[in-house]
Each structure stands twice: as structure tokens, then as C-alpha cells.
Design a protein around this ligand. Structure first.
Ligand SMILES: *Cc1c(COP(=O)(O)O)cnc(C)c1O
Length: 482
């Protein structure tokens, strides 16, 4: 994106790329959308993509690739062991992060599996700026516990704090003293903090966390899945980093961490993942799990084509005009919604535009999953598929009671370089209609509820016939429009 000034009218985010491959989309009629939502158990994860107009579920594995990435895929070196493609990727990561060792894995959670198996023991406590669903599940599966050490700003929906993803340093120190450093295998910092709306932490905050880790001899682990957004925000918002290039900021962050892992479904616009470290002792401990769970050490479950695309994608991530596309589109969308009075997370972060369901449908109790209900209503009203990030995404407590989420968000992800501004405008328009008619939206209840990661494949039903009421009102307002 370029920061061009416009002569007339408001300035718009201006693309520094053109679209050369397209994929046909369908917008199926309203009644069919209601039917599809019912068949999907009111869980947007269970919708079939053919029934979706704009897929804003996630940015995972759906960012658009560049011509250079696609071209690179054609010259991949196909071999089980010792593929040249692997060495290219390894060299790129060594160059960007300055880390010697790279353990490939098939995606981000696979890295979490390996790291948790090696370092988390029953009774372990892992402090982090905020949890992520798969991270928490792997840590708890290994008998550990997650402690979130966010600042008061993190949970403020509307804020102008530039770094809501920061860790609270005083609380971190207090937690270490209370828990005992020996029970803390590592501190985890998540770039572009996913579940609070793609919010960044500052480089200064990471430095402070490092100092505490040094003092208590604890490892620092960086989840770099959403690093691209965080890099852009550091460059934009952190005064002391103004003069640094994206490459320099990347290196400065990496040098503070003992282990860096990432999902290449997000970082590098490809598919896959991996763990980087400069410490031979740590690489040794984790290495054996790669062939056991992922694949041989020179592919780790990734296809060689994806590794080629990732190598190029990582290099492209060092270009500010590339990594600002997501954040600038998200800012455009969030500001339009805000002007219409629709509650969204501010400042706009990375990853997607986050609608505050707690305020949007404040008549729905948290036990009836307001964010899940709103996501279902958005799909019915527009064919846009968002993701629930609230109580449905939590796990029940041992006694069966709900863990009520701090926030009830519907994430409307804007995968990088995929949608046009008119598509974003359409989504904004349908959200505006839904907001006017928000009282028609009702809650949901589980009819099939898995114990682990229930939000992925659990099935729900509306507590009343609200979807029918919503459809009827839509017809009154829009006639026979789709
Ligand atoms: C997506 C994500 C993961 C998990 O990565 P997958 O490739 O989906 O397994 C881990 N951490 C963060 C912050 C993520 O956004």
C-alpha cells in the first residue's frame, strides 16, 4: 500500500499490486444462506466454502501469493531428505532472524506441540501476553497452566493505546516470585496478539520482558505467526524505531528470544511452520520430535513447493508496502464501522476487523454465545463468514461450568491481498443493517459439544426462531435482493 495523498475526497489505501489470477465467488440467496447456516450447526467453521461469499473466517493459509511465490513453487527440489529447497528456507530464516537452527513443522500448532512436549511438565506455569487457542490446549495437555500477564489496556475494547499486546512487567515479576522461576519453563510473547484483536507489543516491551527473563534465568519464546502486522505497527507507532528498517526491527526482536516459532499459514503467505533457535542445546531437545510427528528434518510435513513459496514470502514480509496492506484495509473497515456507531476494537489492529459482540448484541447473555450468534447472523445477512472469538472458543471448567471469555468478538479477517475495497464496503453495509436490527438476533446453545477445541466442530442451535425473524425483516427491507 502506498501513502499517496488524494486531491479530492478521502484518501484510500492504494494497492501497490495488481490482481492477475481471480477466483469466482458465489453469493447464494438469503433463504439458502439460512439453510446452510442451520446445516452447519450455527458454527461458521462448519459452513462449506461454496456457500460463502466473502470468507473472512481467518487469514490462515488463505493470503494471496505473489507471482514470485508462485514461480518459485515450480522450481522446488523434490526429495525426502536433503532437499535444496529446505536449505534455501533455512538460509532465509538464518538471515532474517540470525538463528542457526531451523526445525520445520507442518503448521503453527505442530510447533506448539513440540515445544510443549519438551518443556512443559505437570505443574508448569507459562506466562504470556495473551493465550491463543491451540497454544493453551497444548500446554494444558502436557499438564501445564497458562497465566496471562496483559496490561489493563489489553481488554479495553476502545482505546488509542498503540501497544495493547504489551506484557505487564510488574505482574510478570510478581507471578514469577509467586510461582517460583523453576516452575516456569518459558515466557511466551505472541506477536500481533490474535485473540484481543490483532494487537501488537512494542520492541521496548519485549526488551523489558527479556530483562526479567535474564534476571530469573527463564527462556523467552516468541510466537511469530502474526509477526508481519506487529512489525508494521512497531515501525508506525514506536518513536524509537522510526529510523529502523523492517529488517532491522525483525533482527532486534529475534535477538531477544531463545526460541521463535511461527505458522507459515500466516507469516510468509504460504503454508507450514517451524521453530528457530540459535541455541544448540534447545534444538537438540526438540529435534527428535520432528521426524516423529511432522516428517523428516528437511521438510517437517511441508511440501517442498510451499517451502519455496515461504522463502520468497518471508523476504517479501520485509517490505513495508507489502505488510501494510492488511492493517490499512482493516483500518479502513474499522473506521467506517465506527462512524456508523458499530462497536469495534480500536485502535484497529492486524489480522482483521473485530466487532465487539458484547456491545452489538448486549441483550444476549454470555452463556448463549453472543459472538457466535452474531457471526451466524452476519453470515445469514451477507454471506460473509466471520469467526467467533469469545466464550465458545473457551473450554469448560472441570466442573462443567463455562469459562466466560474476557471479550466477545467476531473477527472479520482480511486475508492479505485477497479482497477489494468494494467487497469491504459491502460487508460494512450489511453490518450496518444488522446493527439497526440487532434486537432480532438471539442466542445459541450447544447440541453437540466436544470437550477439546469445541469451537472447531461443535454444533449449536438457536434458542428461539430468531433466524426466521431476521430473514423476514431482510425481505421487508431489501425486497428480492440477494
Ligand atoms: C494461527 C496461529 C497459531 C497456530 O498456527 P496454525 O498454523 O493454525 O496451526 C499459533 N499462534 C498464533 C498467534 C496464531 O495466530
Amino acid at each position: 500500500m502506498s501513502q499517496i495523498k488524494f486531491f479530492k475526497g478521502e484518501s484510500l489505501p492504494l494497492e501497490m499490486h495488481k490482481v492477475r489470477i481471480i477466483q469466482k465467488l458465489n453469493l447464494i440467496p438469503l433463504e439458502e444462506r439460512k439453510q446452510a447456516m442451520a446445516e452447519a450447526g450455527f458454527n461458521t467453521f462448519l459452513l462449506r466454502n461454496r456457500d460463502v461469499y466473502l470468507d473472512m473466517l481467518t487469514d490462515s493459509g488463505v493470503n494471496a501469493m505473489s507471482d514470485l511465490q508462485l514461480a518459485a513453487m515450480m522450481k522446488a527440489d523434490d526429495s525426502y531428505a536433503g532437499s535444496e529447497t529446505f536449505y534455501k528456507l533455512e538460509a532465509k530464516l538464518q538471515e532474517l532472524f540470525g538463528t542457526e537452527y531451523f526445525l520445520p513443522a507442518h503448521q503453527g500448532r505442530a510447533c506448539e506441540n513440540i515445544i510443549s512436549r519438551v518443556f512443559v511438565k505437570p505443574g508448569s506455569v507459562v506466562p504470556m501476553n495473551y493465550h491463543f487457542t491451540t497454544t493453551k490446549s497444548h500446554i494444558t495437555l502436557n499438564g501445564g497452566r497458562v497465566e496471562e500477564v496483559f496490561t489493563d489496556e489489553a481488554l479495553r475494547i476502545t482505546s488509542n493505546h498503540p501497544f495493547k499486546g504489551n506484557m505487564d512487567i510488574d505482574r510478570l515479576v510478581a507471578l514469577i516470585k509467586e510461582t517460583g522461576a523453576e516452575n516456569i519453563p518459558f515466557v511466551r510473547m505472541e506477536a500481533g496478539t490474535n485473540l484481543i484483536g490483532g494487537q501488537p507489543f512494542s520492541l521496548e516491551n519485549l526488551r523489558q520482558v527479556r530483562r526479567v527473563c535474564d534476571e530469573y534465568d527463564i527462556m523467552l519464546v516468541l510466537d511469530a505467526s502474526l509477526l508481519a502486522d506487529n512489525l508494521y505497527f512497531i515501525k508506525q507507532r514506536e518513536e524509537s524505531c522510526r529510523g529502523m528498517s523492517i529488517r532491522e526491527i525483525t533482527r532486534a526482536m529475534a535477538e531477544l528470544c531463545d526460541i521463535i516459532y511461527f505458522s507459515a499459514r500466516k507469516l510468509g503467505c504460504a503454508r507450514g511452520g517451524g521453530i528457530c533457535t540459535d541455541r544448540a542445546d534447545l534444538a537438540d531437545k526438540m529435534r527428535e520430535f520432528v521426524p516423529l510427528y511432522e516428517g523428516f528434518l528437511t521438510y517437517g510435513g511441508m511440501s517442498v513447493r510451499e517451502m519455496e513459496a515461504l522463502t520468497v514470502g518471508l523476504e517479501e514480509t520485509m517490505d513495508e508496502e507489502m505488510i501494510n496492506q492488511g492493517p490499512l484495509f482493516i483500518k479502513y473497515m474499522a473506521e467506517k464501522l465506527e462512524k456508523l456507531g458499530i462497536p469495534v476494537v480500536t485502535p484497529p489492529g492486524g489480522l482483521g476487523c473485530h466487532v465487539d459482540a458484547m456491545a452489538f448484541v448486549d441483550h444476549i447473555p454470555q452463556e448463549q454465545y453472543p459472538a457466535g450468534a452474531l457471526a451466524a447472523a452476519i453470515y445469514i445477512a451477507s454471506g460473509v463468514r466471520g469467526m467467533e472469538r469469545g466464550t465458545m472458543s473457551e473450554q469448560r471448567n472441570e466442573d462443567g461450568s463455562e469459562t466466560l471469555s474476557n471479550m466477545e468478538l467476531v473477527r472479520l479477517a482480511l486475508p492479505r491481498r485477497v479482497f477489494t475495497l468494494s467487497q469491504v464496503d459491502y460487508a460494512v453495509d450489511r453490518l450496518a443493517w444488522l446493527y439497526e436490527n440487532r434486537k432480532l438476533i438471539g442466542g445459541l446453545t450447544f447440541v453437540e459439544e466436544p470437550k477439546v477445541l469445541r469451537f472447531f466442530f461443535g454444533r449449536l442451535a438457536p434458542v428461539t426462531d430468531w433466524p426466521d425473524v431476521l430473514v423476514k425483516k431482510f425481505r421487508e427491507d431489501f425486497g428480492d435482493s440477494l
